[in-house]
Design a protein around this ligand. Structure first.
Ligand code: URA
Length: 284
């Protein structure tokens, strides 16, 4: 039976005389919404908090080790992480112990790699050596700004996967003075580079020759190549936001751990498998 039909029949009530009476429309609507699936599937919530692959998390649930609000959970159960208490072996799931998340304000001259054969300073040298962490995505050696480093491979993979299209916002100083409206429009609409057209970008010019550019692709040297293509080579490039993450007070070279609310917002932002239409697969 169709869901809506089923619900509207279910919420018909009986008059004492036995004649059915329709429930007011607004009340039907509220009851229908309440009957739709809410929240995230439990195995997904466990997986994105670092308790293992979806498969492993399904096994943990099937073994009866997970409770939601004190009741043993079944596979496929949906939870609202804001309001439901989810426990594994009686302990709130939180985040898996041992996972760390650092936000670094990368200075120029430091390379985004785990180790450099030429012995140049790397972003890894800037943060604690243990546990071993990896940069999420990449900034060019000459680019400054925010970079996330973590040992949470699952979150790193989600943040860099093109299907999630996480926004990255840059402040860009360009050569050649004020950028003409036509050139800004080309950047906004998508511009042809040697590896194809870029996706539409958000672009503004807060002052002549300074752009604020937001993209959700992660192509190699993308912002530099976009600006080059409109005849305004980049002279300074600073990443000021990664999805929900920003920090104006972190000085170049400094790092800090993410706050729990920042981490939650980040996890929530990539928790869904919704694919953003029109995003071409790219390396990031
Ligand atoms: N785009 C670039 O051109 N360089 C970066 O480092 C990041 C984005």
């Amino acid at each position: 039976m169709h869901r809506v039909e089923h619900i509207s029949r279910r919420i018909r009530t009986e008059r004492p005389a036995g004649r059915p009476v329709e429930v007011p429309l607004w009340e039907q609507w509220a009851q229908q919404s309440a009957a739709l699936p809410q929240g995230e599937r439990l195995q997904k919530v466990l997986a994105i908090r670092g308790w293992g692959s979806r498969r492993v998390c399904e096994e943990i649930i099937a073994a009866g080790r997970v409770t939601v609000n004190g009741e043993v959970a079944v596979l496929g159960r949906r939870v609202d992480t804001e309001t439901d208490l989810v426990e594994l072996d009686g302990v709130p799931i939180g985040l898996r112990p041992g996972l760390v998340y650092y936000l670094l304000n990368k200075p120029t001259g430091v390379i985004t790699t785990a180790s450099d054969p030429q012995g140049r300073p790397t972003v890894i040298d800037r943060v604690p050596a243990e546990p071993r962490v990896y940069p999420v995505g990449r900034l060019d050696v000459d680019t400054e700004g925010l970079l996330l480093l973590t040992n949470d491979g699952d979150l790193a993979q989600r943040l860099t996967h093109p299907s999630h299209g996480v926004d990255k916002e840059y402040l860009v100083e360009v050569d050649g003075g004020s950028v003409a409206q036509g050139a800004l429009r080309r950047l906004r609409e998508g511009i042809e580079l040697d590896d194809g057209f870029t996706a539409p970008a958000k672009v503004s010019q807060p002052s002549p020759g300074v752009l604020r550019v937001t993209i959700h692709e992660g192509r190699n040297r993308q912002v530099r190549r976009m600006c080059e293509a409109i005849g305004h080579p980049v002279t300074r490039l600073i990443r000021v936001r990664i999805g929900t993450l920003h920090d104006r007070t972190l000085r170049p070279g400094d790092w800090r751990e993410l706050l729990p609310e920042e981490l939650n917002a980040l996890i929530e932002s990539v928790g869904s498998h919704t694919t953003r239409a029109g995003v071409a697969p790219v390396d990031s």
